[in-house]
Design a binder for this molecule. Structure first.
Ligand SMILES: *Cc1c(COP(=O)(O)O)cnc(C)c1O
Length: 228
């Protein structure tokens, strides 16, 4: 029988080495954070990854985040919320206090979230999600509006600590198209550094090395780590 832990160890090792290589090709002083996306795996799998040294995990659905967090509450894990947030789930999300929300994808959501946070006197950290290739299937604000929206949320939603931007690379087989989507996101991030942006979350299993070369500081990798 093949040992799952050995597979995870090998996968994690490969991903960490690839991140390191991509990082060194950009800037030896940069720090890249790995968020292991656990949406296709089980709590036992997450625990194995924890014992291999991984601490930050990401989920797409509030319900699943809630279950995982409860099942693994004895481990000092850091939880990231990555998926689209429905307004009626905001209270639940606040209860879970994720360490970072990557998917703040509209002013409307920000205003609703801020209102509930203010009532409870809580602050949460978030990233503005950008639809960097203007794809209809994706959430996120339009590239051309991103800077203004970021500043608007920063000015009007004091209970949301905006820490930067997130984007999912273009859904394309064409390397140049994907690269362009990351570069466009990075340009916005770069322009927002004076507005407190410190995190540029981009890159998934298929494109995290490219994303790092385009300036990503946080990659969200699922299948490359958890696949059996
Ligand atoms: C699923 C998901 C990931 C990870 O995807 P993989 O291709 O499995 O690495 C990253 N970010 C978001 C927002 C996701 O939904």
């Amino acid at each position: 029988m093949i040992n799952k832990k050995e597979i995870f160890e090998k996968n994690l090792d490969t991903v960490l080495r690839n991140i390191e290589q991509a990082r060194l090709s950009v800037d030896e002083h940069s720090i890249i954070k790995l968020v292991a996306v656990s949406k296709y795996s089980s709590s036992e799998d997450i625990e194995m990854l924890y014992h291999l040294g991984q601490r930050a995990f990401g989920e797409n659905h509030i319900q699943q985040l809630s279950e995982r967090k409860e099942e693994l509450k004895n481990l000092p894990l850091e939880w990231h919320m990555l998926g689209h947030i429905q307004t009626n789930k905001i209270n639940k999300l606040i209860e879970l206090k994720p360490s970072l929300i990557h998917s703040l994808d509209s002013v409307k959501l920000a205003v609703a979230l801020n209102e509930k946070l203010a009532l409870k006197n809580i602050k949460l950290s978030a990233l503005l999600e950008i639809n960097s290739a203007s794809e209809e299937s994706k959430s996120g604000v339009e590239l051309s509006m991103a800077k203004d929206i970021y500043q608007e949320i920063r000015a009007t939603c004091p209970n949301i600590i905006l820490k930067g931007v997130m984007s999912i690379g273009a859904m394309s087989e064409d390397y140049e198209v994907v690269k362009k989507s990351f570069e466009s996101t990075y340009d916005i991030f770069d322009a927002l550094k004076y507005d407190g942006a410190t995190i540029c979350s981009m890159g998934m299993s298929g494109d995290y090395e490219l994303a790092i070369k385009c300036g990503s500081s946080m990659v969200r990798v699922g299948s490359s780590i958890f696949k059996g």
